[in-house]
Design a protein around this ligand. Structure first.
Ligand SMILES: Cc1ncc(COP(=O)(O)O)c(C=O)c1O
Length: 428
C-alpha cells in the first residue's frame, strides 16, 4: 500500500480565479435545496454531476430562440440550429485534441461502447479470437463484449486488479502475448478511483496488434485528457457526468477505423443514397448518427465544455485532488472513524475524484441512508461493477465523489456523518 498523500489538503478552493462559494452558486440545485437549514452536500458527481446555469441557459436558448431541426432545413433558423450543434461538436473535439469527423454523438457512454462492439466488433472479432478487459470495468464496458464474444464464440479474459487497486501489468503483458483483437480499459475506475496508465497500455497493446478502447467516463470531468497523447483507438465518455445534460455521450474514434466500420443504427441522416434494396453511407461523423440528433443536449454539452475550460481543467484536478487527499487523510492515515476500509490506491495522485469505502458492521445502503438523512448525498451499491466487487470480496461499497462545487466543509460533513452512522447503528 502506498502512503497517503497529504498534498494540498489545505482549505483553499483551487485556482479557479473565483471563490469556491461563487463556483457552487452557479449550480441551481445547490442554490435551491437545503437540508435542515444547511446546504446539501452533493458527493455523487460520479453518478451524475450537477448542472451549472451556463449549460441550462444554452439549452433554454436553443429551445426559446433557435429551435429547428438540423442539417435538413435551409431557412436561417435551421442553419442557426445546425451551426449551434456542429459548433458544439467542434469545440468538444478540440478540447480533447480530436477532430469533428472523429467525434460522434451517442446517447451516453454505454451507447458509444455498444457502437464499437456492434460495428467494429462484428466486423473484426471471429471465432476463437480473444478480447481483453480489466477486472475494474463498469458493466458498460463488459456486457457489450460478452454479447459479442457469445455471438462470435470468442474468448473474454480479464486483467486482474492488484491488492492495492492497480492493474496487474505483467498479467496484461501475458494476455497481450496471446494477440487479442481488442483491449478495453477504464481510464478512471468508478469504484477504486485508480487512474490507469492508458497511454502505456495502448503502446503495449498496439505493439501486439490489438485495438484499444478506453472508457473515459470518469476521467473526462476529473482529469486533463489529451487524446493525441493517449493514442488510443476509441475513447468513450458521457455528458451527464461532465456537467452536461443527460442523453448525450461521445465516441472519439480513429478515423481509419471509423471509415472501415459499418454503421450501427440505420435510418435518416446517416445515408448518402437509398435504393429499394441497398443504401450507401454518408461521411463521418454522421454515418453513426442516424435519426434526428440530440440537438439541445449537444449544445448543452458544448456549453459544459466551455464552462469547464473557463475554470481550467488543471485547476479542477488540483481542487478535487486536494479534497480526496483530505478525505484519505481523515479516513486512513489519521483515522477519525474506526472501522473504515478505503478501496483502491491510497495516494490522491493515483486517483480521480472519488473514494469508495466500507465500514465494519454497516451495510453501505444503511450508511448512505443515514448520511442522506442529514443532507449528505453519497452512492451505495455495486456501482455497476459486480466483477470488481467479487474481486474485492465485498457486496457493495459507499462512494463519495467530488466536483468543482465541493469544499473542505463537505469533507467535514461527510466525516461527521460517518460518526453519526456509527452511533445510530451502535457500532461503538
Ligand atoms: C466508468 C463508467 N463507465 C461507464 C458508465 C456508464 O455511463 P452512462 O450510463 O452514462 O452510459 C459509468 C456510469 O456510471 C461509469 O462510471
Amino acid at each position: 500500500m502506498t502512503a497517503v498523500s497529504s498534498q494540498a489538503s489545505g482549505r483553499t478552493s483551487g485556482g479557479f480565479g473565483v471563490s469556491g462559494e461563487e463556483v457552487a452558486a452557479q449550480f441551481p440545485v445547490l442554490r435551491n435545496r437545503s437540508f435542515d437549514g444547511r446546504p446539501v452536500v452533493y458527493l455523487d458527481s460520479s453518478a451524475t454531476s450537477q448542472t451549472p446555469d451556463a449549460v441550462i441557459d444554452a439549452m433554454t436558448s436553443y429551445y426559446t430562440q433557435s429551435r429547428a431541426s438540423i442539417h435538413r432545413g435551409v431557412y436561417p433558423l435551421a442553419a442557426e440550429a445546425t451551426d449551434l450543434y456542429e459548433g458544439a461538436r467542434t469545440r468538444i473535439a478540440s478540447w480533447l485534441g480530436s477532430s469533428p469527423q472523429e467525434t460522434i454523438f451517442a446517447a451516453n457512454a454505454t451507447a458509444a461502447i455498444n457502437m464499437v462492439a456492434y460495428t467494429w466488433g462484428r466486423q473484426n472479432v471471429q471465432r476463437g479470437d480473444l478480447v481483453v478487459l480489466t477486472e475494474m470495468e463498469h458493466h458498460s464496458n463488459i456486457v457489450p463484449w460478452q454479447l459479442l464474444c457469445q455471438d462470435r464464440e470468442a474468448e473474454l479474459a480479464y486483467v486482474p486488479v492488484t491488492s492495492d487497486g492497480f492493474l496487474d501489468m505483467e498479467a496484461l503483458d501475458s494476455l497481450l502475448a496471446r494477440g487479442p483483437r481488442l483491449v478495453g480499459v477504464v481510464h478512471v475506475s468508478n469504484v477504486l478511483g485508480t487512474v490507469n496508465p492508458v497511454a502505456s497500455i495502448a503502446r503495449r497493446a498496439h505493439a501486439c496488434g490489438a485495438v484499444v478502447l478506453v472508457d473515459g467516463t470518469q476521467a473526462v470531468p476529473q482529469l486533463p485528457v489529451w487524446l493525441p497523447e493517449l493514442d488510443v483507438d476509441f475513447y468513450a465518455w458521457t455528458g451527464h457526468k461532465a456537467y452536461g445534460p443527460t442523453g448525450i455521450g461521445v465516441l472519439h474514434g480513429r478515423r481509419a477505423l471509423l471509415e472501415e466500420m459499418p454503421p450501427f443504427i440505420g435510418g435518416g441522416h446517416m445515408i448518402r443514397t437509398v435504393a429499394a434494396n441497398e443504401s450507401t453511407w454518408t461521411d463521418l461523423p454522421w454515418k453513426f448518427e442516424a435519426g434526428t440528433s440530440q440537438i439541445a443536449e449537444a449544445i448543452g454539452l458544448g456549453a459544459a465544455v466551455d464552462w469547464i475550460q473557463g475554470l481550467g481543467m488543471p485547476s479542477i484536478r488540483a481542487h478535487e485532488q486536494a479534497l480526496v487527499a483530505e478525505l484519505l487523510e481523515r479516513l486512513v492515515s489519521l483515522p477519525e472513524v474506526p472501522g473504515v476500509t478505503v478501496q483502491g490506491p491510497l495516494a490522491a495522485a493515483d486517483r480521480g475524484a472519488l473514494v469508495s469505502f466500507t465500514l465494519d458492521g454497516a451495510h453501505p445502503h444503511d450508511i448512505a441512508d443515514i448520511l442522506g438523512s442529514s443532507g449528505v448525498c453519497v452512492r451505495a451499491g455495486h456501482h455497476c461493477a459486480q466483477p470488481l466487487m467479487r474481486r474485492l470480496g465485498v457486496p457493495a461499497t459507499t462512494r463519495a465523489s467530488f466536483a468543482v462545487h465541493n469544499s473542505p466543509g463537505d469533507v467535514d460533513r461527510l466525516v461527521e456523518g460517518l460518526g453519526r452512522v456509527r452511533s445510530t447503528l451502535r457500532l461503538d
